[in-house]
Design a protein around this ligand. Sequence first.
Ligand code: GLV
Ligand code: MG
Length: 317
Amino acid sequence: MAELRSRRSNLAVPGSNPRFLEKAKGLAADQVFLDLEDACAPLAKPGARKNIVAALNEGGWGDKIRTVRVNDWTTEWTFTDVIEVVGGAGGNLDCIMLPKVQDAGQVQALDMLLTQVEKANGLEVGRIGIEAQIETAQGLINVNQIAFASPRIETIIFGPADFMASINMKSLVVGALHPDYAGDPFHYILMQILMAARARGVQAIDGPFLQVRDVDAFREVAKRSAVLGFDGKWVLHPGQVDAANEIYSPSQEDYDHAELILDAYEWATSEAGGKKGSAMLGDEMIDEASRKMALVIAGKGRAAGMQRTSTFTPPES
Ligand code: GLV
Ligand code: MG
């Protein structure tokens, strides 16, 4: 998998609120998405497009990934969203997020529109990525084709609120476990999204948790997707940012251990180390598969800017 930029926390910012747009610049989220969809009332959408273009062109976003969520293809707004936002601020924007993606054709339609708008505005063609939100039963059954629909795809995102509505789930608390069901009701959906993302080599992102004042509950929900391998989660409130950054990073101990495995295995397989395909690291036997697992953890740690505190010394021969 290509080393992609960290997306542990993806902050939702309503495009209709200039004060929130300004405030978002100073928060420690890895990514922001400026919203033209469900956090913007229909009457506020034209003004929100202008606010977003101004906020992107003003700068001050540091090294955050800058995404704009447009409206889905069943509305009358998608094409104007793309033309205005990419036409007005395409050089200062990293990705377009497409919500409620139903099939590969919807991604291809956005890809073609982006290409035209890039050409018409003298922008580099193909630089702007696409983030695809899976939030309906139809989107989920097509998620594999969606992941492969365009070279622009950078993430596959779970949209739990719309998804729960789409499948008639008997709960109104997004992401929460249900007292009438012992397992995690979201496990199947998360795994489908993760498989599609990994098969395609892109990031898998968990969606929002709406009980924004309950950071402990946010942590519980986030851990369930982090442990599977998800790369990050949406945050709706400044209070959720640090928790997401922590939960989707490896622990310092796991990061140090992963870097040690990489060094130890490189040495073991070398001439000096005896050209061995498996070796002992303390009490643990490591081989090529250990190296692959370690690469994942080390990759996430490096992308998050972690510093190792371990050093490898080859054993005395
Ligand atoms: C996000 O868009 C969701 O519906 O959960
Ligand atoms: Mg949604």
